[in-house]
Structures are given as C-alpha cells and as structure tokens.
Design a protein around this ligand. Sequence first.
Ligand SMILES: *[C@@H]1O[C@H](CO)[C@@H](O)[C@H](O)[C@H]1NC(C)=O
Length: 138
Amino acid sequence: MGGLAKKITHHLVTLVLVIVLCTTIVEGTKHVSIKNRLGSGRNMTLHCQSKDNDLGKQNIAYGDEFGWDFSDNVAGTTLFFCDLGWENVEEFHFDAYSFARDRVRCGDAGCSWLVSIEGIYGLNGQTGYWEFMYQWPN
Ligand SMILES: *[C@@H]1O[C@H](CO)[C@@H](O)[C@H](O)[C@H]1NC(C)=O
C-alpha cells in the first residue's frame, strides 16, 4: 500500500471509531417529558427530583412541557419522582421514571407523560399506546 492509501485507511478507521463511540454515548441517554394537557388557561406546577438532582420548581402553561435528559445508573436504581399541582389537586406525588417499572415499558427513548383533568397518561414505548397511569385522588 502506498503512503496515501495508508493515510486514508488510518483516517477511515479513526472516523468509524468516533462514530461508534458517539452512538454508544447517545444510546445511553434517555429523556423524560411531562406535558400540560389540562386545558386552556390551566397551569400546573411541577417539582421533579432524584436522590442526586433537584430539577427545580416549574410553572408549566397549557400546551407546554418540561423535560430532562439522564442515563440509567449502573446499579439499576434510577428514580425520578415529582410533585405536581394544579387548580383541583394541591400536590400529587408520582414517579416520572423508575428503572424497575420503566426501563422496558418506556423503551430506550425514556418516558413521556400527559397531564390531563382525568389524571396522568404515560406512553408505553413497546405498544405505542398511552396508558392511564395515575388517577387524581378524590
Ligand atoms: C400561567 O402561566 C403563565 C406563564 O407561565 C403566566 O403568565 C400566567 O399568569 C399563569 N396563570 C395563572 C392563572 O397562574
């Protein structure tokens, strides 16, 4: 092989390695999104946390959503929990991502939630259907 061919081969190998590395990192990233579908003019407050991260108190207007990226921890204990409030519900506690419940159910992309006046729907990434997951307390 000539010097040029060697150089090109070397660059190609490097390029492939970089692509493989990037893909691996991206695959490890999940996203949770929680969308306000309560109806026009209804805001909700949302405060999500994990053991290590406090994502802060959010005010989310109708049609808007709040989301974040994360990776599952090696121990398989990743848990994000939220307190949500709106006009009719002062404070409702729910899990937005639990490794044990959601790793398979939500799929590799992570979990999506819709907050409605009936309760909270979660997207099942396996079936593609929205499931009614949480009913507001009476
Ligand atoms: C709802 O949120 C919007 C923007 O975040 C704010 O301007 C508005 O005052 C809020 N409405 C109520 C009723 O709190």
